[in-house]
Ligand binder design. Sequence first.
Ligand SMILES: [Zn+2]
Length: 222
Amino acid sequence: MIRSSDDEWTDVEAYDLEFRSAGDEDAWFSVRGLLEGETFLIKFLGFLESSDLRFNAGDFQTLQAVDEFVRRFRPVSAQVQDSECSKIVQGLTVCSSYEFKCDDVRFYDAVVDAVHHEQHSFKKEEECMCTFVLCWKHGPNVGNLTFANIASICLIQSVEQLNSRVASFAKIAKEKIEIASLKSGAISESSLLHHGLQETEPSRQFGSAGRTTEGRVVIQMS
Ligand SMILES: [Zn+2]
């Protein structure tokens, strides 16, 4: 994915979703989700239009695949104010940034393994001096413990209410699968009928053969 220049960082509030990318990247990105007919368009905050992803409702083969797609979205995680550091407690899953190199930051989930509280500084405004030990759940540091400060930690928001555009798209995709399965059901019914006909033919032959030898066989067959 190619980052856009800073002046293209507009309308940040419209990017109200986090999307977990698949494949090698496997990071959370701030995105904007747009439903265009039966296509779901994902635009990545801070990346060029060439990074946009399009998913077609008809591309999903199973209901589970739709559910998995839905699970890749959540509301955008909230930055923690220095005065709110008590919200970051041991055992909590947070979304934290990892800097690959300057200006190339990715977000991954991590569990707070320990919190080392320190006296906050009040030189200018309240500044959290605490250190948080994170155990990473995915990304380049998966399974590793690292130290983090509050600036790199975001609070994951509840997914209680699924984003309406994601929900509408999932509904369309599921309806398509159900229609397709009804159609394939009709096909298998006709193939079953066909198969049944094939089965009756040898029986008839057997029956007719039986008729010449033993009448009772024919009566049993019918
Ligand atoms: Zn603190």
